[in-house]
Design a protein around this ligand. Structure first.
Ligand SMILES: Nc1ncnc2c1ncn2[C@@H]1O[C@H](COP(=O)(O)OP(=O)(O)OP(=O)(O)O)[C@@H](O)[C@H]1O
Ligand SMILES: O=C(O)[C@H](O)[C@@H](O)[C@H](O)[C@H](O)CO
Length: 167
């Protein structure tokens, strides 16, 4: 397992935890949001949820980015919502032995976090649609689920320990 996706709904802490994880490892960080085509970002900014079709090209691109980076770096951390099982399968097809750390939280907690965050394109009104799309990854291979309300350091340490065991 040389690459791990930090996954979950908007506001679950993907960027925060991925940064903390990369501080503790040599992993290269790929911010999935940076690869959304402008049309996707416009859509989300306007309060319209993305469809499977909107996400397909983005997921394929992310798989390719991880592969390219693994040719040059020992390990990679990718932030990606990866809400549905089929999205995770798209990533797994590109990158065998891909791990997923799922940051779990409630809709109320997500709404609270997203509504207090400045300078981000994602409106809090999209939280409900994120939970409608979410298929938690329980039972899938190489998955760690953590409560995203734990302290950032504790979550990062837990992911590092899990990763080291499976490396
Ligand atoms: N473990 C935590 N405890 C408390 N607050 C947290 C924790 N993790 C993240 N946060 C806060 O929650 C908010 C959302 O975090 P972050 O932007 O990392 O989430 P995200 O999943 O990357 O969101 P998005 O997918 O919408 O970009 C931020 O204000 C962040 O500081
Ligand atoms: O699949 C999706 O709907 C998107 O990836 C969203 O989850 C956002 O991009 C992100 O979480 C907000 O920054």
């Amino acid at each position: 397992m040389r690459a791990v996706v930090i996954m979950g709904v908007t506001g679950c802490g993907k960027s925060t935890i991925a940064a903390a994880l990369c501080q503790r490892t040599d992993a290269y960080l790929i911010e999935g949001d940076a690869f959304h085509p402008p049309a996707n970002v416009r859509k989300m900014s306007a309060g319209t949820p993305l469809t499977d079709e909107d996400r397909q090209g983005w997921l394929e691109r992310l798989g390719q980015e991880v592969i390219d980076r693994l040719a040059r770096s020992e390990s990679v951390v990718l932030t990606c919502s990866a809400l549905k099982r089929r999205y995770r399968e798209t990533l797994r097809q590109a990158v065998p032995d891909l791990g997923f750390a799922f940051l779990a939280l409630t809709p109320e907690q997500a709404r609270e976090r997203v509504s207090h965050r400045a300078g981000h394109f994602m409106p809090a009104t999209l939280v409900d649609s994120q939970f409608r799309d979410l298929e938690p990854p329980y039972g899938e291979p190489l998955v760690l689920a953590v409560a995203s309300t734990a302290p950032v350091d504790a979550i990062a340490e837990e992911i590092v320990a899990w990763w080291r065991e499976l490396e």
